[in-house]
Each structure stands twice: as C-alpha cells, then as structure tokens.
Design a protein around this ligand. Structure first.
Ligand code: FES
Ligand code: FE2
Length: 454
C-alpha cells in the first residue's frame, strides 16, 4: 500500500485525471486509509431506528457498522466486530435487540456498545470468574464507537477521525442540499422518513463513478437516458416530455460546487423545482399545495429556494434532495473495480398512504437495480471501468475540461462557484481537488491551511 498518491495523477486545474485512480489497487487501499477512515460518511436515517433497542446494520468504507438506539434512546455508531476475536456480533440487516451476543464465544454487548457486565457464567463474558479470574477490565473492551457522530435533522453521519473538522465545517454550504433532503415537501426539516428496506447491490465499477455521476454530470443525460426520455417515463403517467414528467418548468439552470470541499449539486439556488403533473388530479393538487407551503415557509424563514436536484456530498453519498424521485445513494467501496451500492428512498412522514404507495412504485421504476434510469447509468460505469483497466488504456488520462474556466462565484451560497451553462465538469474538478488533498496524506490542519483557512 502506498501512503499517498502521485499528485500528477490528478490535475483539476487543467481538467486531467489519470485512469489509475479508478483501477489501481494501491490507490484504492490508500483511499480506505486517507478518505474513508477520515471523512464524514452517511450511516442511515433516524426513522430506521425509532425505538430503544432498534438497530440498522450499515457500512463505512469496507467495514460493517451498527447504527443503534440504546435503552436510553441515544444513537450510536459502532464497529460490528467483536473485541475478542473479531466475529461480526450482528449479522441481521436490521432489527431490535436487548444485547448483541457474539456467536463465536459469547461476549455480549449492550446497544450502546458496552461489554455487558453481569454476574453469571454464560452471559456478558462467559467464564469471567473462573477463566479470567475477574481481572478482565470489561470497560476497556466495548465495541469501537466512531470518533464523531451527528444527527442532522434525522440524517445520521459519522467519522472515525477525531481530527476531522466539525460536520458544519466539513459540509459548508452543501448543508443547503442536506437540509432540503431532510425536509418534507412543505419544507419542514426533520419531517421525512426512509421507506422500509434499503436496496443493496453490487456493480463492477469504481465507486467514484457513482459519486461523480450525481455530482452534477448533466452532460450524460441527453445521450445516456434518451430511451427513458423517449418513452416518457414520467411519474404522473401523463404527457411526459422527459423521464421526470416535469412539463412546467425548466429542469435546472446549472450547477454549484464548493471549490475544494468537494461537494456539488445540479440545481443552483434561487431555482424552484417544478412538480410533475399527475394523471390522478388529487395527487396534482396535493403536491401543488405542498409546494406552495414550501415556498411560503422558506421565504418566511429566509431560506434560499432550490437545491432539490441531484448532488453529491464528498466522498460517497449522493442524493436527490427533493425532486422526483427523492432518494439517496451511497457508493461503498469493495475493490478498485467493484462497488456495493445502497439506496434509501425518502418520503414525507405524514404522507397519505395511497400517495406513499404510488411514490414507492415510481421510485423503484426509476432508481435502484430495477430502475430504468439507474440501469442506463450502471451500464456506463461498468463498461467505463472495464475499458480502463487494460495496459494500454491505463496510459491515457480522462478529460475533465468541459466548462473549464467558465464558473463564477455564487451570489447565494458562501464559498461556492456556479456554472450557469448546464453542461460543465466544474463540480467534478472540485471533487477531485478535494480527493487529491486528502489522498496526499496531509493532516486536516495542513489541508485547512492550504485552503487559506476557509
Ligand atoms: S469472537 Fe466474539 S466472543 Fe470470541
Ligand atoms: Fe444518469
């Protein structure tokens, strides 16, 4: 494993990125160390663990972690690996438990991660009295917690690194998109829930293809999704000139990203996403009313409109913050050419049942392994990865020069740049600038200093 990568591999200023970073095992190993062990990563949604004892088996980088709610109602993120010999203490996707009892030798942990300390020979630490002569310090051998955790209006994030800048600092202006994701269609923050069941599947592609796709790659849409646009895969089942069925307003007017924080999104501030027109008039009325309430609320709270379309929070979480479909996706690294993709679908927490059921079907038709639009994307990611692994192919870098030098500072969001032309790779260049900063092995203080202490 290398400790850092050759800076020449990534040259965002000139729009040149080596293919090596998409196929090399050395680069991948360094990513696990320098990015996934340090960055803020999305763990799950609070609505997945509403009751004490609830847990959701999540993932950070290549490692399994447990998102739990303990008996006091506190939320934890814990490494799912027994401190005795490393066995996974929980192999269920989700559920409710009093304790996690390791299937190997029986060490037991409560849902806050503590190694249980009770009298008795077969619970807590089996044979604690006779075998360990009561000398094992159980307080030192609980499940490993993450160094930092945050609950952002129901969205749970965590990092293993105590030195990682605070969540607010790390996300910067990108919280605009996260706030919209965490808000219902009427704009109330913390009023969404995850639909039961996270879709999980593997693709033969580098994980960065997924993040980059949602970051603001408007360039691929007309080519890659022309078939779903042609059939009018709109949500409403009504006249649908695009796959979104939005025939009222333009889809987006550009893209926004954050210099060297790495995050970026499609829609710029100040732009309201149009609602689709549905065959069922009740649905049209429902969403029209919600959208109006949203605009009024945002205006009253002095929150900018917009920020509803596709976006990516560095490094590996992408989201559709409020438009149709409303979902988030995490690209978990497995190997340089393999990724495990997880999709959550979000809805308002007080949605009428028939609309929720309709949305569920629409989401599945659009995204995820069975979604027609996601299938278009996956085909590109898989074939691009495969065609970049060859000896000859690896000698030639990718081109990221679309819209080079054409971005300007945002008037709405701090530290952001906007590209007013719909097609640009500005967001991707900024993403790889952040990627290179972390991969250099520099400390957070050094990275911050290089950013001018911004
Ligand atoms: S590995 Fe868990 S108790 Fe031994
Ligand atoms: Fe796409």
């Amino acid at each position: 494993m290398t400790d850092s990568v050759d800076p020449l591999m990534v040259d965002p200023d000139n729009g040149i990125i080596s293919r090596e970073i998409f196929v090399s095992q050395d680069v991948f190993d360094t990513e696990l160390e320098q990015i996934f062990a340090r960055a803020w990563l999305f763990i799950g949604h609070e609505s997945q663990i509403p009751e004490p004892g609830d847990f959701f088996n999540s993932r950070m980088g290549t490692e399994s972690v447990l998102l739990t709610r303990d008996s006091e109602g506190e939320i934890h993120v814990l490494l799912n690996s027994c401190r005795h010999r490393g066995m996974k203490v929980c192999r269920y996707d989700e559920g409710n438990t009093h304790d996690f009892v390791c299937p190997y030798h029986g060490w037991s942990y409560s849902t806050d991660g503590t190694l249980v300390s009770v009298a008795g020979e077969l619970f807590g630490v089996p044979h604690y009295r006779a075998g360990y002569d009561r000398k094992l310090d159980r307080s030192q051998w609980g499940l490993i917690p993450t160094a930092q955790m945050v609950n952002h209006h129901g969205l749970i994030f965590a990092t293993w690194d105590p030195d990682t800048p605070s969540f607010d600092e790390y996300t910067g202006g990108f919280r605009f998109w996260l706030d919209n994701l965490a808000a219902n269609t009427a704009g109330e923050r913390g009023r969404v829930k995850a639909l039961r069941g996270v879709q999980k599947w593997r693709i033969k592609a580098n994980w960065k293809f997924v993040s980059e796709n949602f970051l603001g790659d408007n360039y691929h849409g007309p080519t890659s999704h022309s078939s779903v646009d042609a059939v009018g895969l709109g949500p409403g089942g009504k006249e649908a000139p695009t796959r979104h069925g939005d025939n009222k307003k333009p889809r987006s007017i550009g893209s926004t990203s954050f210099f060297d924080l790495g995050h970026g999104g499609v829609t710029t501030a100040g732009y309201a996403w149009g609602y689709p027109e549905f065959e069922d008039e009740n649905m049209t009325t429902y969403f029209q009313q919600r959208w109006q309430q949203r605009e009024q609320r945002l205006e009253a709270e002095d929150r900018p409109i917009g920020g509803l379309g596709p976006s990516t929070m560095f490094p590996s979480m992408s989201l559709h913050a409020g438009a149709f479909p409303r979902a988030l996706i995490v690209a978990h690294p497995v190997g340089p050419t393999e990724t495990e993709v997880w999709r959550w679908f979000l809805v308002d927490d007080d949605l009428p049942e028939d609309i929720e059921s309709w949305l569920r079907r629409w989401y599945l038709r659009y995204s995820g392994p069975a979604g027609l639009v996601e299938q278009d994307d996956m085909e590109n990611w898989d074939y691009a990865t495969d065609a970049s692994t060859g000896t000859i192919a690896r000698r030639y870098p990718y081109n990221y020069q679309l819209g080079l030098g054409m971005a300007s500072p945002s008037e709405v969001l701090d530290d952001a740049v906007e590209s007013s032309y719909l097609m640009t790779e500005e967001n991707a260049r900024n993403y790889y600038r952040r990627w290179a900063a972390l991969m250099s092995g520099a400390s957070w203080a050094e990275i911050d200093q290089a950013r001018g202490g911004k």
